[in-house]
Design a protein around this ligand. Structure first.
Ligand SMILES: [Mg+2]
Length: 165
């Protein structure tokens, strides 16, 4: 049996998505998470990169549905201009919301992928439904790592200053 916590593929970010390969797998519908997948949890609106990604996926013929465990307010505010089919308080990994998302897109498990940053919600839920599952590294962790790198550099520079005194 397939390990339900194992994604089909793993990406550093949603922008690494290879849409040609997805099409080759027969995928034409995408269920996508918001927090830490498209933007950090404290970013209220899509940035230019998100807008461009959604536009491009649409042009390439993919149907997209937002599936978030976050509140109605969060999802509606984020989706205001994107205007995608969207489900809030999804209670992922529950199957119900995944079924609703596919219904909204008119898709079936065999032609639907899910993209998210969490194993226990996005990947587990997608695998339970037999979807193609794509795990991305969480955006805020990256920020955190970046912050750590910056701190390291800062320390190095400060040390140099100190030694030159
Ligand atoms: Mg998330």
């Amino acid at each position: 049996m397939k390990n339900r916590l194992k994604p089909d593929i793993y990406l550093n970010s949603v922008y690494e998505l290879d849409t040609a390969s997805l099409k080759a797998y027969g995928i034409n519908a995408i269920i996508i998470d918001i927090d830490n997948t498209l933007v950090s949890w404290d970013t209220r609106e899509p940035d230019d990169k998100v807008n461009e990604l959604v536009r491009r996926l649409g042009c390439e013929g993919f149907k997209i549905c937002i599936l978030s465990n976050n509140s109605r307010k969060r999802v509606e505010e984020f989706n205001k201009c994107l205007n995608l089919p969207a489900i809030h308080k999804a209670i992922k990994p529950s199957k119900t919301a995944f079924r609703r998302a596919m219904k909204l897109m008119g898709s079936a498990p065999s032609d639907t992928a899910v993209i998210g940053d969490q194993l226990f919600t996005d990947v587990l839920g997608g695998n339970r439904m037999g979807l193609f599952t794509i795990l991305v590294s969480p955006i805020s962790d990256k920020e955190f790592i970046w912050t750590r790198i910056v701190r390291k550099l800062e320390r190095r520079i400060l040390k140099k200053y100190h030694n030159n005194e």
